[in-house]
Design a protein around this ligand. Structure first.
Ligand SMILES: [Zn+2]
Length: 191
């Protein structure tokens, strides 16, 4: 039995199983009261403790854990969504990414060090209007192929590639359904 009072997940210790609330979505319906080593008590769904990537293993407010992940939470969510749409076939955009062979390079995929490496390369997001753009749409998320771009810059980049395709007669990957990548990092209810 994985979930029981006293079980530890990182810094969290489960204390008490909460009564199931049928109005909560089934994935996160089973919840626990848990104490973090920093003294904070939280309510946490079982699913968050075992999800991959990014299982929850602390309260999210530990004073000594102000890592790049918490300081750059927006970028962190964007990184997570990048991994999901390239690796998770049930993600709604998978067919445009993982399904087309678009991958995140090995260095940025690492669950422990990948985010820091990605952030170091691309830098903080310049504004809310910027999202991750792949400079060559047929290449993956890898060094020298990603940048922050506004929707306008991305559209320009797409048109330039279409012109290039017409000139060279190469098949145009943009016709396979390029979309603006979610600027907000998509729907992650909680990290
Ligand atoms: Zn804590």
């Amino acid at each position: 039995m994985q979930f029981y009072a006293g079980a530890k997940f990182g810094r969290l210790t489960l204390r008490q199983r909460l009564r199931i609330n049928p109005r909560i979505s089934p994935t996160i319906r089973k919840q626990w009261l848990a104490d973090c080593e920093c003294g904070t008590r939280i309510t946490v769904p079982e699913y968050y403790l075992i999800r991959r990537p990014n299982p929850k293993e602390n309260c999210g407010q530990c004073p000594d854990l102000k890592t790049t992940k918490t300081k750059f939470n927006v970028e962190f969510r964007i990184w997570l969504m990048m991994l999901r749409r390239t690796t998770n076939p049930s993600h709604r955009s998978y067919k445009d990414y993982g399904g087309r062979g678009i991958r995140v390079c090995e260095e940025w995929s690492d669950q422990v060090t990948g985010f820091d490496a990605f952030l170091q390369h691309i830098g903080p997001r310049p504004s809310e209007r910027h999202s991750v753009d792949r400079i060559d749409n047929d290449k993956g998320y890898e060094p020298n192929n990603v940048r922050w771009a506004t929707p306008k810059e991305q559209a320009w980049n797409t048109r330039r590639k279409q012109r290039h395709a017409r000139r060279t007669g190469e098949p145009n990957s943009d016709e396979q359904g390029r979309r603006a990548e979610p600027a907000s990092g998509g729907h992650v209810p909680e990290v």
